[in-house]
Design a protein around this ligand. Structure first.
Ligand code: SF4
Ligand code: SF4
Length: 313
């Protein structure tokens, strides 16, 4: 009885999620108009990640040079003396900063931002419910994304369950590098998985993401055995995974698994500014966006295999 109480308490205690963003009116994360909730924390470090602010599983302080008016209010309010002004602008000492967010609250121009807010499921549902009319009219719903949303397994399960109780269509955007237990937990409440294939060669996968692809492919296989609805997404990175042979292999894998929908997501370099603001290195700085006519031949290969191919989100 005592053990049960402790387990119940633990479960309640972990159902706060760390959220980096709630994006409304999204049309790229599943069918219809959706609310996409981005959870913080990811086990991968994809070289091309366009949401680097979601990688770390703790809140972060994000300084935007273009908005800063140089008033130094942030430095004055910081209780830990973690901020300094220099020729490069405002620098955050990650060792001293306790992510209290006071600098962001005090900043008059919104140049300082604390990324990562803790929310309970009822708090998040209050936000999501506001867009219910759009879900109904567009056959849309709610998508959990990140980062890797299933790293916050208990929160994801409880949130998706609450969405299903409201009758919303639910989608989970996953990198697949997560425990089977996490997938099992959310499967009953997930209508659609948006599942990334980044590279089929495990060594190349590890080189560009930091992890091998075995777990990801095993989980994909398992999800198809459960008859889950799955849309495959391939971020097309020039020179990394956009060769015709690799795309053909991805399509053939889908055929073997009985999957039909594939989304090709062309690389874009818009995220580079985020790396600068977060003081993170960007290893693909010499990479250019793919030529407009580079995607269609790849789409043709997949269409010839009988797949439904979509370009973009
Ligand atoms: S408070 Fe905001 S605007 Fe003022 S120096 Fe700090 S970041 Fe810049
Ligand atoms: S989050 Fe708090 S500790 Fe960190 S820099 Fe801002 S005010 Fe200082």
């Amino acid at each position: 009885m005592i053990l049960q109480s402790v387990l119940c308490w633990r479960r309640r205690a972990v159902t706060t999620g760390l959220i980096s963003n709630i994006q409304k009116y999204s049309i790229h994360d599943g069918p219809g108009i959706r609310t996409t909730v981005f959870l913080k924390g990811c086990p991968l470090r994809c070289a091309w990640c366009h949401n680097p602010e979601t990688q770390s599983a703790v809140p972060e302080i994000f300084w935007d040079k273009s908005k800063c008016i140089g008033c130094l209010t942030c430095i004055g309010v910081c209780p830990k003396s973690a901020l300094t002004a220099g020729s490069g602008g405002i620098a955050v000492d990650g060792e001293k900063c306790v992510r209290c967010g006071r600098c962001a609250e005090a900043c008059p121009s919104l140049a300082m931002e604390r990324i990562g807010s803790e929310m309970t499921v009822p708090e998040l549902m209050k936000e999501v419910v506001k867009d219910e009319p759009f879900y109904e009219q567009s056959h849309g719903g709610v998508t959990l994304s990140g980062g890797e949303p299933l790293l916050q397994e208990a929160f994801a399960e409880e949130f998706l369950k609450a969405c299903k109780e409201k009758g919303y269509h639910t989608a989970v955007d996953t990198c697949g590098f997560i425990s089977r237990q996490a997938l099992e937990a959310v499967l009953p409440y997930t209508d659609l998985f948006l599942y990334d294939i980044k590279h089929l060669d495990s060594a190349v996968h590890e080189k560009y993401t930091g992890v091998s692809n075995e777990l990801i492919l095993n989980n994909l296989n398992w999800l198809t055995e459960q008859n889950a609805d799955i849309w495959i997404r391939v971020p097309l990175i020039p020179g990394v995974n956009d060769g015709a042979e690799h795309i053909r292999r991805a399509g053939e894998l889908m055929l073997r698994l009985g999957l039909k929908q594939i989304f090709l997501l062309p690389y874009h370099k818009m995220a580079r500014a985020k790396y600068e603001r977060l003081h993170l290195p960007y290893s693909l700085s010499s990479l250019e966006d793919p030529a407009e006519d580079a995607i269609e031949p790849l789409a043709c290969i997949l269409r010839d295999l009988g797949l439904d191919v979509h370009i973009g989100g």
